[in-house]
Design a protein around this ligand. Structure first.
Ligand SMILES: NC(=O)CC[C@H](N)C(=O)O
Length: 380
């Protein structure tokens, strides 16, 4: 079923950045007020996967693609049980969604889940502003009567910043659960959920892996209680500098030499576990069209990203760590940001981007095979 939102009277809305720049538009989704970090995504498709990615918790996502919502909302594509973005900013929402899987319009879905958005603003100007000034706090206010400009700005400036935010436990599962292997079971993986996307255990299950998804607070004992062939650390929201507990668990996994794979937040945690720092990027990488080079093969892949922080590691030489030597295995060709780490003396690696990317591209899917090979190697 598709529902037209054509002609629906939408309340006035205003987007207020913490530096005072303001954009006026119309309400999109729920009517009310919301706050978060303003970030932009250059993905031209996959909006359901973006909205339901728990790594976007407390972020207001600006879509650079002008037309959003064209294929409506289906019940198959979400990456988690709810929309996590704090707010949604689009230029020109679909008036009539159309797709064979569509159940309702994106506008309706945002409203149903209480997510405040804004439409009809110049998202190109907003994106250029964020590129020049950097990601910053933002508020969206909608309704027939809006607070005065000074009051709105004041509220935006009182909202918490992303730097220093410890958010993984807010989005992760509270209870452990198992994603069974598809076909014959070959391996068991303990996956630490820091904000895991549904497609990640699925990509492992497709390769004969039974995945035990564990809460962010899981201890080393919890991890080894499932008798894992490998340990996985997921993506997740917030500042990796706050992730003390996962870093401590990972160090123990490294010292036992259990095969280890990390994605995004998991890459930042590996960086920290090895003694590197992390830092906040000016405006981050978000979208599904980012060029990354796998330096172990020289191949360039087009990849999905969603990160605002990065690992500070030397690109040009291996580094000695308490767990042996580590190399930067992947690098972003746009800006030389570290996109992957690989230990040279034991079976552990991670990437900063998303090989599981459900909306694609799938160039990086080989990384799940690499993880499986490490587990095979450990058994042999
Ligand atoms: N997708 C992720 O895991 C993001 C990691 C981290 N929160 C960042 O923004 O860099």
């Amino acid at each position: 079923m598709t529902t037209s939102t054509r002609g629906a009277a939408k309340a006035p809305a205003v987007l207020v950045l913490e530096d005072g720049r303001t954009f006026r538009g119309r309400a999109y989704g729920a009517v009310g007020a919301t706050f978060g970090e303003a970030v932009f995504s250059t993905g031209m498709t996959g909006y359901q996967e973006t909205l339901t990615d728990p790594s976007y918790h407390r972020q207001v996502v600006v879509m650079t693609a002008p037309h959003v919502g064209n294929t409506g909302v289906n019940d198959e594509d979400p990456e988690s049980g709810r929309i996590w973005v704090a707010g949604y900013v689009v230029r020109d929402p679909a008036r009539v969604p159309s797709n064979w899987r569509s159940r309702r319009s994106l506008d309706e879905e945002l409203a149903r889940q209480g997510v405040v958005g804004i439409s009809g603003i110049d998202t190109r100007a907003l994106t250029r502003h964020l590129r020049e000034r950097g990601a910053m706090r933002v508020g969206i206010f909608s309704g027939e009567t809006l607070p005065d400009a000074a009051a709105m700005l004041d509220e935006v400036r009182r909202a918490p910043e992303m730097k220093g935010a410890d958010l993984a436990a807010e989005v992760a599962t509270k209870e452990a659960y198992v994603v069974p292997a598809i076909g014959e079971k070959r391996f068991t993986v303990a996956a630490i959920d820091l904000g895991i996307k549904g497609m990640t255990p699925h990509r492992m299950a497709e390769r004969g892996v039974e995945v035990h998804v564990l809460p962010a607070t899981a201890t080393v004992e919890d991890v080894y209680a499932v008798d894992p062939d490998g340990v996985f650390f997921s993506n997740g929201p917030g500042d990796p500098a706050t992730a003390e507990h996962p870093v401590a668990v990972m160090r123990e996994v490294l010292s036992r030499k259990t095969p280890l794979f990390g994605i995004c937040f998991g890459n930042q945690i590996l960086g920290r576990a090895l003694g590197f720092g992390t830092y906040k990027l000016k405006y981050g990488h978000r979208g599904i069209n980012q060029p990354v080079q796998d330096r172990t093969t020289g191949k360039v892949e087009v990849t999905a990203h969603n990160h605002g922080f990065a690992v500070d590691a030397p690109l040009d030489k291996a580094t000695d760590t308490p767990y042996g030597r580590v190399e930067v295995s992947h690098v972003c060709l746009n800006d030389d940001v570290v996109e992957g780490l690989q230990l040279l003396d034991q079976p552990a690696f991670s990437v900063q981007y998303h090989p599981e990317a459900a909306a694609g591209p799938h160039d990086a899917a080989y990384l799940f095979d690499r993880f499986v090979s490490l587990m095979e190697g450990q058994r042999a």
